[in-house]
Design a protein around this ligand. Structure first.
Ligand code: SF4
Length: 427
């Protein structure tokens, strides 16, 4: 990955109407945890295509005066970027919240600067896979794909749900299903046994910010699920079929239904990687799912330590120990195990977190870490974690380098990998 050693971007800020400017003198600052610093030379990349700009309401822009070395606060507003998929943020936007500033919605707020005629962000492309890039795909192709699905499977409610998500919300997973490529989503569960602070499918009124997706309003039958799976694998040779989507609760609460659907899929000759994105709360459900034909599980967590885990995920009827047990059980069953690590710069990449995570990887020999940006108002998350000791932070690059050094088989990415069962086993 090309980084740009000599770049020192200038501060970017915005006026109340959302017009964005670069400051003539002040330099870009970024934030890791509670620390304000200039960006590290090795973490700056040109703004990836498909990224979005955010104006941060009630938050003053902060920049660095290169003459005095002082942090300067502007009257104008701070700007952040939501990096396009496959990119992990290594630092967040620097700003000062004003009294009464509203809670920010469920996104990740990356640091951005301007230099040499372009925008720069503190991020790293962690996956070369292009499944969530639609820049060169005309909408018409997605519409035609959706229409074809509705014609082929008119009575299937899951097809109706997914085609509407593809065309209304622009859900990348649903669009890929309509296009018959990469990974197809299989939302199945309406309930969840966790109450993650940043849940994207269900937010309590009092949280002060909306969920970004509506939770699925029906429970698809085994037949409906199996039809979607067979249809997708008939179109995509390297099909990935994933339970546990943003628009549902916890799939393991529907283990019996999922098990029957997967068994029927395999019995009908279904090929491809069957994956479950899960909070891994119910280890006892895994043996039956593995027998049915599930290949991989992706376990979501913000930390490999119980206290920060409990604070964020707020388990209801299960314990952190069950999550660890699920990872061991899944490995014991020969499943491919990924972590969906909810990465927060300045906390996740701290010594205490690294120690716990590398111990978990060593102990369970899990296979893969997906580095997803934690989508939550930074102030809110830092406030939740204020009494937790994290130790010094090392930066995303060092975090990955040290993990790879101690666990050489471990791979990193952003998306669920296709598991080519014909390929010779590694690691
Ligand atoms: S596990 Fe998923 S569905 Fe459940 S609360 Fe957390 S984010 Fe929401």
């Amino acid at each position: 990955m090309a980084t740009h050693k000599h770049i020192q971007p200038n501060l970017v800020f915005a006026d109340e109407s959302g017009n964005i400017y670069d400051h003539p003198e002040l330099l870009m600052l970024c934030r890791r945890g509670g620390e304000l610093t200039p960006p590290r030379p090795d973490e700056l990349i040109p703004l990836p295509e498909g990224s979005e700009f955010f104006l941060l309401p009630g938050r003053s822009a902060l920049g660095l005066d290169p003459e005095t070395g002082q942090v300067e606060e502007l009257e104008e507003l701070a700007v952040a970027v939501f990096a396009s998929p496959a990119h992990t943020l290594s630092a967040l936007a620097a700003y000062n919240p004003r009294p009464g500033a509203p809670v920010l919605p469920l996104f990740a707020y990356g640091a951005v600067g301007f230099a040499e005629g372009r925008f720069w962000v503190c991020a790293r492309r962690v996956d070369q896979d292009r499944r969530q890039e639609f820049g060169n795909i005309p909408r018409e192709r997605i519409e035609n794909g959706a229409r074809k699905l509705l014609t082929e499977l008119p009575g299937n409610r899951l097809v109706r749900h997914l085609t509407s998500c593809a065309l209304t919300y622009g859900c990348p997973a649903a669009k890929n299903f309509a296009l018959g490529r990469f990974e197809a989503p299989l939302p199945t569960s309406r309930t969840c046994n966790a109450r993650c602070v940043g849940c994207i499918s269900l937010q309590p009124e009092e949280s002060g910010f909306p969920s970004t997706q509506n939770r699925i309003a029906f429970s698809p039958t085994e037949k409906e699920i199996c039809e979607v799976m067979l249809r997708h694998q008939a179109k995509e040779k390297r099909a990935i079929l994933s339970f546990g989507q943003g628009c549902e609760g916890e799939p393991l609460t529907e283990a019996a239904r999922i098990g029957k659907a997967v068994a029927a899929f395999r019995k009908a000759g279904g090929r491809g990687t069957v994956n479950i994105n899960t909070n891994a709360s119910l280890p006892a459900t895994l043996p039956e799912l593995a027998r049915a034909g599930v290949d991989s599980v992706r376990v979501s967590l913000n930390s490999a330590r119980q206290i920060p885990y409990d604070i964020y995920h707020r388990p209801n009827g299960y314990a952190f120990a069950d999550v660890l047990e699920s990872i061991r059980t899944a490995k014991g069953l020969g499943l491919f195990v990924s972590l969906n690590l909810l990465y927060f710069p300045g906390l996740t990449d701290c010594e205490a977190e690294w120690d716990a995570l590398s111990a978990l990887v060593e102990d369970t020999r899990l296979d893969f870490i997906q580095l997803r940006n934690l989508n939550l108002d930074p102030e809110l998350y830092l406030g939740l974690m204020k009494d937790v000791d994290f130790g010094p932070c090392m930066g995303l690059a060092n975090f990955l380098k040290r993990l790879k050094k101690t666990s050489t088989w471990l791979d990193f990415g952003y998306f669920n990998p296709y598991l080519d069962k014909s390929a010779p086993a590694t690691g």
